[in-house]
Design a protein. Structure first.
Length: 276
């Protein structure tokens, strides 16, 4: 079926507008990170001016306090991804392969948790963290992020495992293998796309999270990149070029990981949504 010229032109115009709407802020972000603070808001604006330099990047990368924000984000996001995938895989296998009392109720609770806005749980979480005496610690952030990312991970992995025939498990059991062997040797290799998509989603959620990282911590030794970027906004002056540089450096790992695992991410998302 051929598309009419008018519709084709309208489609191209819409795509160009969407590209400009999405791309121009990023272009401005990159341009501002290469300027001096005084020239960022100069009129008329210039993409590149006489203050062009990598000074902002050098100041960020040479400051141990700012590098600590990056290390904290890497460590917390990496640990949360490992814990979430491990627990979610075992839970998803149980939901996919076994019938047990309360299965539907538990599944309903998991789905319902996804519908609760995280901000409504902020104060209860803060009180709980203080009562447990883990306030301003890595454990507070890791435990919180695992709780928030686990329901989605269980749902996605359960949906993916439901697409795999149970005969695969039975073949391993007939050969004298255990359930764990069937999961680890047969199902996990088949679940790589779904594991990658869930892991990437979890990593991005932890990497970009701001509200809980701000509320559950108070020292810069624990805080992550979003808080580090916000800390550059002082009471009397903003280090705009460093804010832009740090934003770009903070976005690069997510962009690189997303591009590298894009194929697995798309296939994992579509397969996991087939049947829950």
């Amino acid at each position: 079926m051929k598309t009419k010229p008018g519709k084709r032109i309208a489609l191209w115009i819409a795509l160009i507008v969407a590209a400009l709407f999405s791309g121009l802020p990023i272009l401005w972000l990159i341009s501002s990170s290469l300027k001096s603070n005084a020239n960022i808001f100069a009129v008329p604006p210039k993409l590149i001016d006489e203050s062009f330099s990598f000074t902002a990047y050098k100041e960020v990368l040479s400051d141990p306090a700012k590098l600590r924000f990056f290390l904290n984000s890497y460590a917390i996001a990496g640990i949360v991804v490992v814990i979430t995938l491990a627990i979610a895989l075992l839970a998803a296998y149980s939901f996919s392969r076994f019938d047990f009392p309360g299965k539907k109720i538990i599944n309903t609770i998991i789905i319902s948790v996804q519908a609760v806005p995280p901000i409504t749980l902020l104060i209860p979480y803060l009180v709980l963290v203080v009562k447990l005496r883990i306030y301003d610690s890595y454990l507070a952030l890791i435990a919180t992020y695992v709780v928030f990312t686990l329901p989605y991970a269980i749902l996605m992995l359960t949906g993916y495992l439901n697409t795999l025939p149970k005969e695969l498990d039975e073949a391993v059991l007939i050969d004298g293998g255990s359930r764990f062997k069937a999961l680890w040797r047969v199902l996990v290799p088949s679940c790589i796309p779904s594991l990658v998509s869930v892991g990437l989603y979890t990593f991005i959620q932890c990497w970009n999270e701001y509200l809980y990282a701000l509320t559950l911590t108070k020292s810069n030794e624990i805080r992550t990149i979003p808080i580090g970027i916000a800390s550059l906004m002082g009471q009397y002056a903003f280090e705009w070029n460093q804010i832009m540089a740090m934003s770009i450096l903070g976005s690069l790992p997510v962009i690189i990981i997303a591009l590298f695992f894009q194929k697995y991410f798309i296939s994992g998302m579509t397969a996991g949504a087939v049947k829950i």
